[in-house]
Design a protein around this ligand. Sequence first.
Ligand SMILES: [Zn+2]
Length: 301
Amino acid sequence: MGIATGSVALRRSALYAQTGVRLTPLNDELALITGAGANLLVHRADDDGLLLVDSGVARENGGIHFVLKNYLAAPVVYLINTHWHPRHTGGNPNFGNGGAEIIAHVNCLKRLSASQHLTFPDQFVEPLPPEGLPKRTFVDSGELRHGSDIVQYKHLPPAHTDGDIVVRFANANVYHCGDLFYNRIYPYIDYGSGGSAEGMIASAARILNEADARTTLIPGHGTVGVKAELQAFHDMLADVTEKIDTMLRQGNPLDRIQAARPTARYEEAWGNGRLSGGEFVRLLYSGKIRQASAKEPLKAL
Ligand SMILES: [Zn+2]
């Protein structure tokens, strides 16, 4: 099949070495694109072109287009955004200009249409030009047939942001979880976009309810996972959050909570991503302070 052949060629390509953008087949129709700022998933239908889940960070546009053009040789007809973050939507204008119909949750469109502020890293993000904005939006869920598969996209209550969706390839039993799943990397939670640790834990539980032992789970960041790995993510997040909650209720400040190392047992497996254990604790703590200060003065903690 074309995807498998392309993968072999790709490993020999010079451009792959230059950009690090890499296409890896998952089966005859689905392939993973890595090295593009986030994990992208592409579905090929012989007569219907390509369906892409997330468009990567803008600076990797060239590499993404290279692997799609040279190894799949079909236009992107649909682009589904899992949420608004720039690592997942940076290529939107290029694909929109190329004729792709962009699909996303209404809150994703809302945030892509106006300036946003991210706290990690601290940056202001400009709105996307009109051609990069989703044209098909939804509130709860939707689906479309693409080639031999049915692609279902569903909004989950606020978790990583307030516009997260999960994209399910029903026949292939493959989910793209966006940033509701980080595999063996401490997750980022975008409190400024309506996210919360409790929402992340609840979303992971909902995906776990639907998945089975043969489901392939694509995280937004980290390696391709299975149900047991999403369970480990859920359990780690629930455990660390509970430890921080307990110390906060006892009146401990951030430095004392960090010194108690609530992430100690997870450091070796989870501490090799963008966030160290201490930074992850600071992130969760900042979310708790934000939630508390929204309800009552900070000193009440
Ligand atoms: Zn994200």
